[in-house]
Design a binder for this molecule. Structure first.
Ligand code: ATP
Ligand code: BTN
Length: 247
């Protein structure tokens, strides 16, 4: 791929024609640091909390990372990746927004989702799989997600080569990830803040079917969403089990 200028990310590429989920494939095979799994057809793509990711005509990729970091730091990689996707789109003159913590939005619709999963083993660095699902040239979506989903083509009217978009994502991801590993998460955070879809907005926090109203005010240095709840208290939300919806 002539657009790729990384040292290790996407240098080992595993292409599978048809697969249930590129994240599953990456998890079930012992791949080296930076390996990329991609496919033509993904049959049962997953989102967060077991939700379905509609993969038709989209681009699916999973990046394997084997970082020497504390387990508690791994969820930050999702935000590092989100910042990289937004920067990659900037380079294509597409101005996107990041819906904390793992979605990329364009004109209020979701065009990309990131799912980070990991495997751990005693005395070994964690094996992290960062899955990126990006709607590039889709021209329609199933009824269930018509109102929330869109694609680069549907929003910008431009057909992009998947390999160009993938290379731009990896180029930016490698730079921000290397900084993150050195202890500089701030570079990614600043992008997540600057491009935030939720900061300054009234939101619903959804956790175990419980909905609370709040206003998003910032993203903390640890990557938590800082909100002011209805009774005026400030809370830091950890990405785990909470879903954020604009209200
Ligand atoms: P959260 O804020 O918890 O991440 P979410 O709605 O973004 O909530 P995810 O699990 O992140 O949920 O992503 C899965 C959801 O994304 C699905 O429930 C569906 O609404 C939506 N979705 C599925 N496929 C696509 C797609 N190809 N493009 C855009 N959105 C999609
Ligand atoms: C989300 O919005 O919650 C994340 C969606 C992540 C989808 C990608 S597509 C490639 C990889 N394989 C999967 O099964 N999921 C991720």
């Amino acid at each position: 791929n002539k657009h790729l200028n990384t040292k290790f990310m996407g240098r080992n590429v595993v292409f599978v024609e048809k697969v249930d989920s590129t994240n599953n494939y990456a998890k079930n095979n012992d791949l080296s640091n930076g390996s990329l799994v991609t496919c033509e057809e993904q049959t049962t793509g997953r989102g967060r909390l077991g939700r379905r990711w509609e993969s038709q005509k989209g681009m699916c990729m999973s990046v394997v990372l084997i970082p020497e970091i504390e387990l508690s730091q791994i969820s930050k990689i999702t935000q590092v990746c989100a910042a990289a996707v937004a920067k990659a789109l900037d380079e294509l003159h597409i101005i996107s927004q990041i819906k904390w913590p793992n979605d990329i939005f364009l004109n209020g619709k979701k065009i990309c989702g990131i799912l980070t999963e990991m495997k751990t083993e005693m005395n070994k660095n964690p094996y992290v799989v960062v899955g990126i699902g990006m709607n590039i040239n889709n021209d329609n979506f199933p009824d269930e997600i018509k109102d929330v989903a869109s694609s680069l083509y549907m929003e910008a009217g431009i057909i992009f080569e998947k390999s160009l978009v993938a290379a731009k994502i990896l180029n930016n991801f490698e730079i921000l990830y290397n900084e993150f590993i050195k202890g500089n998460f701030k570079e990614s955070l600043d992008i997540c803040r600057e491009k935030s879809y939720v900061i300054g907005k009234n939101i619903n926090l959804i956790e175990n079917n419980l909905v609370r109203k709040a206003t998003a005010v910032d993203i903390s240095s640890e990557g938590e969403l800082v909100v002011i709840t209805e009774n005026g208290t400030t809370e830091k939300i950890i990405s785990g089990e909470v879903s954020v919806r604009l209200n």
